[in-house]
Ligand binder design. Sequence first.
Ligand code: ATP
Length: 245
Amino acid sequence: MNLLEISNLDVYYGQVSALRGLSMSIAAGEMVALLGANGAGKTTTLRAISQVVEARSGSILFEGTEVNGKAPYDVVRFGITHLSEGRDLFPSLTVADNLRMGYWVRRKDKKGMKQRADHVMDLFPRLRERSEQAAGTLSGGEQQMLGVARALMPEPKLLIIDELSLGLAPMIVAQLFETLVEVNKTGTTILLVEQFVHMALKHTNRAYVLAKGEVVADGASSDLLKDPSLVQSYLGGAAEAGAAH
Ligand code: ATP
């Protein structure tokens, strides 16, 4: 059984169709990239998984359980966390308090919370140094580290990430990718949307390419890397932007 199995998903914003019969599956332990030009439906796919948007039809099974129709906090309880494009940090709260917020669904387990905070601060030592600093005063890269760390707090089985690289220098993005690969090796399955196409393909096992709300290509990331024309034809400028990194 796959960890995540999406079948024939249709999502609309009013009359606008954003996803049309989208199907994809992710096995436990994989690290998968979701690629596509602007407006292809990548963010919508992640939002549908975490139930921030409602699907009109189709199914999203997580460990065999239907996710569609559940509340977003139930999705977190099932073991899926979502780092959105805007990161959604609490800027006036400290780094440590932002991490505690990430543990909300398991907040009664104080010992577990402390252990997880230690674990994520081992992954990002910079956050330990700055644990009493307000999140809003961190650099962009540090804020993204905090976003990833907070999403890891409840020990998700599946971590979904929208635009890890947004607004960050390529070197910082490369470091974040290295950390995600480490996180993935310790058993967390990862699905990520990324504009830096080459960076994403280099660090993932598999990729799906979306266009106009549909899957138009999928395969091993190493194969897609060898076939730039395929990716280029669907990603255009996005693929070129990624090629530099
Ligand atoms: P980008 O890379 O530009 O973020 P994307 O692949 O993530 O694009 P989505 O944000 O999922 O694409 O958008 C898919 C389609 O749905 C687009 O046509 C977009 O205009 C539309 N859409 C997204 N959000 C809304 C909304 N809140 N209201 C109306 N239409 C929306």
